[in-house]
Design a protein around this ligand. Structure first.
Ligand SMILES: Nc1ncnc2c1ncn2[C@@H]1O[C@H](COP(=O)(O)OP(=O)(O)OP(=O)(O)O)[C@@H](O)[C@H]1O
Ligand SMILES: [Mg+2]
Length: 264
């Protein structure tokens, strides 16, 4: 166990001779929840996949939950990491039963390869109620709406009480109300005393809830800025990140943007 909770030291990730992440330094302290912002293709999902050990850095060192990659059993570590995002959604068979999907989170697998206990199913039902998806438990995964799928995936990610929760655009495809409900659920989760560290990728500043304290800006695989939310969510830095004039406004502890498309 290392002193650091989550840290990337000089991490570079190269694929097909392309530098996708370039010399990233990042430290996440326990109790801090981070948002990662950046344009399409800037490397956000790749960064998350590195953190969860699904990809291996070309150079650099990674520590997650105090464990240094290369010196730790990644399969065990992954059981402490919850993941919600399209990368995972794509792997779920359409015939999968919702409760089995939620229970599978306990084993950090998509299918269930161990024998779950009745207690696992009780917990899965409880989480389904908490995430307001208890009414769809008899349907196969394939017929569910995007919002229902996202809620199930969050329930799945919480069943093993993760210490790190990675959320890659969890609100994509949700309607206005469903999105706001989900954001409130995440906010509550982030404020709980035993909250997992959350890392949340989004394209929309209005999705940044008060529980999120820090922001990491990625531009073309490089870190443009990182730090406390109030210091990073500023018009100049956001405009630089997206290469377009953006005005950022804070109101009632939420952030809103105006994009000057006519400037393109
Ligand atoms: N295996 C690979 N080989 C080559 N290029 C790759 C590979 N994986 C990812 N990339 C490229 O790396 C870049 C970063 O991809 P990534 O999915 O991390 O972006 P992102 O910031 O999550 O984008 P989005 O907002 O669209 O989800 C993209 O340009 C992508 O095409
Ligand atoms: Mg992505």
């Amino acid at each position: 166990m290392n002193a650091e909770w989550i840290s990337l030291e000089d991490v570079t990730f190269v694929r097909r001779q392309r530098v996708i992440l370039d010399r990233i330094h990042w430290t996440v302290q326990p109790g801090h929840h981070w948002v990662v912002l950046g344009a399409n293709g800037s490397g956000k999902t790749t960064l998350l996949q590195l953190l969860a050990g699904y990809l291996w850095p070309t150079r650099g060192q990674i520590i997650v939950l105090g464990e240094r990659f290369g010196q730790t059993d990644l399969r065990e570590l992954r059981k402490k990491i919850g993941w919600v995002g399209s990368f995972l959604q794509a792997q779920i068979p359409s015939t999968q039963k919702p409760l089995d999907l939620v229970v599978s989170g306990k084993y950090a697998s998509i299918g269930i390869f161990e024998t779950p206990e009745a207690e696992d199913y009780r917990q899965a039902r409880e989480l389904a109620v908490r995430l307001k998806c208890q009414d769809i438990l008899d349907l196969p995964y394939g017929v569910l709406s995007q919002g229902e799928k996202q809620r199930l995936l969050i329930a799945r990610s919480l069943i093993h009480h993760p210490r790190l929760l990675i959320l890659d655009e969890p609100c994509s495809g949700l309607d206005l109300v469903a999105r706001e409900q989900l954001l409130h659920t995440l906010d509550e989760l982030g404020r709980a005393p035993d909250a997992p560290s959350m890392i949340f990728v989004t394209h929309y500043l209005e999705e940044i809830m008060p529980a999120f304290s820090h922001v990491f800006l990625l531009q073309g695989g490089r870190c443009l800025a990182q730090g406390k939310k109030e210091e990073i969510l500023r018009s100049e830095l956001l405009s630089q990140t997206f290469s377009i004039p953006i005005q950022v406004k804070e109101e009632a502890d939420r952030y809103w943007t105006r994009v000057a498309l006519e400037a393109v």
